[in-house]
Ligand binder design. Structure first.
Ligand SMILES: [Zn+2]
Length: 481
């Protein structure tokens, strides 16, 4: 009888315990609850205020200091790494204005100086349109400014400069819809030997200038450019959340605006997301809402996209097997037309487990309040920091046997919508499009002079929260369960 009484009590206690467990919010809910959209937006605004944050420039150094201080305030002991020197440009100031005829005085707006443009004194020049190499011979360019309807090739740029032009003013007629009111930002050859500055202007302004020239209007522009081109060291910031082993995941974003523009979406949004994931996980470990992770996590903001991640790989060449995986965050600020988050790299077989985990997170939360409507994995598109960890790079450094899962989270990629063939076998339940293709979201502000918070991250602030949640929840699943 007594035994039965005790058994009865034990059963009741167990039931109570199970009920308490059920009532407790899960670590995932606690993580989601702590993510602050306000923090995410504020960090983007602060970073954009620092300039284009190109690695090795004063703006880049200030950005590294900002990130360092943020990590420190979360309780980390961050370090700043000085990456190998590279030739970097700093566009300190510029001006471009139509001074004749006066009625076109306000025409040029949101113009942007191309990367690696040399300085040019304040100067006035007659404008001439150059559409092809033949034009250079037939038109008197000497001392004049040249209008072009597309970015010049290196050869064309050299010929125009050698013909005595004082500057080139360029718009991109092939991006008519995406960039009608703002300038696509381009770059000259990566050298300090370029002879004349190149200004990028909007498609709308460019077309008006061309129409006026064709009507025979005499146009005079006034311009100046003050730039510096030097070999400098980009700065990379690293903060580590120690785990039970020294094997580690990397959660990273490129800290520079690689286009040289304001770069709110590309990539202050990614940097801000890395900071927020770091802040929330560190707080949860500190408050014992989470124990020590199974593996460590290194939060990294690269000084210069690809250059800094590649030099990290080279620096750690003898310990690469300690990297359990890389989660890179690039452009989580603005995307249309789908309310979709993408996980890139499903064409690389050894990304399977990491991407499956993220795909599952995507499916579990799709359609819930505050979350993405759709999510999917996607093939690799190139051009970001995952490159440094890809098999081809391992071959380059003679470590072909090392396979590091390396994926990128994004909500948009280019300046126009693109469709890719889905990698066979990868169909997410959270994808509402055709199962054989992935329609990649775009941002009309991609690499433009108006990739600013007001038009991107402050317009769709939920996107950054998605990026933080998908990475944070997947990390909790990988490292705490
Ligand atoms: Zn980017």
């Amino acid at each position: 009888m007594k035994e039965l009484y005790y058994l009865h009590r034990i059963v009741i206690l167990c039931l109570c315990f199970i009920l308490t467990l059920k009532a407790q919010p899960s670590p995932e809910s606690k993580f989601i609850f702590r993510v602050s959209q306000k923090n995410l937006q504020k960090n983007v605004r602060e970073l954009v205020k620092l300039g284009n944050r190109l690695g090795g420039t004063i703006s880049g150094d200030k950005s590294a200091q900002y990130i360092f201080k943020k990590f420190k305030s979360f309780g980390f002991k961050p370090i700043i790494i000085s990456d190998p020197k590279k030739l970097v440009y700093s566009n300190e100031s510029w001006q471009l204005k139509v001074v004749q005829p006066k009625r076109l005085g306000g025409l040029i707006q949101h113009e942007w100086l191309a990367g690696y443009s040399p300085s040019g004194r304040k100067d006035s020049a007659h404008l001439t349109f150059v559409g092809s190499i033949e034009d250079i011979d037939t038109r008197r360019i000497n001392g004049g400014a040249v209008l072009m309807d597309r970015n010049p090739s290196e050869k064309m740029y050299t010929e125009i400069a050698d013909a005595g032009a004082s500057c080139i003013i360029c718009y991109q007629s092939d991006f008519q819809n995406a960039h009608s009111a703002w300038a696509v930002i381009t770059s000259l050859e990566e050298t300090n030997q370029n002879k004349i500055p190149l200004f990028n202007i909007s498609n709308n302004s460019g077309r008006v200038l061309l129409e006026e020239l064709e009507k025979g209007t005499q146009i005079v522009v006034k311009f100046s450019a003050k730039t510096q081109i030097r070999r400098m060291n980009p700065k990379t910031v690293i903060a580590e959340l120690k785990g039970k082993t020294d094997e580690y995941y990397i959660v990273c974003a490129h800290g520079d605006s690689d286009s040289g523009g304001p770069g709110a979406d590309d990539n202050a949004s990614g940097v801000s997301a890395v900071l927020e994931i770091a802040r929330v996980l560190k707080t949860m470990v500190k408050n014992k809402q989470l124990g020590l992770p199974e593996k460590s996590i290194k939060f990294i903001v690269w000084g210069t996209e690809e250059h800094s991640s590649s030099s990290f790989v080279k620096r750690n060449m003898n310990n690469l097997e300690k990297i359990a995986g890389v989660i890179n965050i690039d452009q989580v600020g603005y995307g249309k037309p789908r309310r979709c988050i993408y996980f890139e790299g499903n064409d690389i077989p050894h990304n399977y487990e990491l991407l499956k985990c993220m795909e599952q997170t995507g499916e579990d939360y799709a359609g819930k309040k505050g979350f993405w409507r759709e999510s999917t994995t996607a093939p690799y598109q190139g051009g970001t920091d995952t490159f440094a960890f890809l098999p081809e790079n391992m071959n380059n450094i003679d470590k072909p046997d090392i396979e590091i899962p390396s994926v990128t989270i994004f909500v948009s990629a280019w300046n126009e919508p693109k469709s890719m063939r889905q990698t066979p076998g990868w169909f997410s339940k959270a994808w509402k499009g055709h199962p054989d293709s992935v329609n990649i979201n775009y941002s009309p502000y991609y690499h433009s002079s108006l990739d600013i918070p007001a038009l991107t991250t402050d317009k769709q602030p939920a996107n950054m929260v998605w990026g933080v949640n998908v990475a944070g929840i997947s990390l909790i699943r990988l490292l705490w369960q």
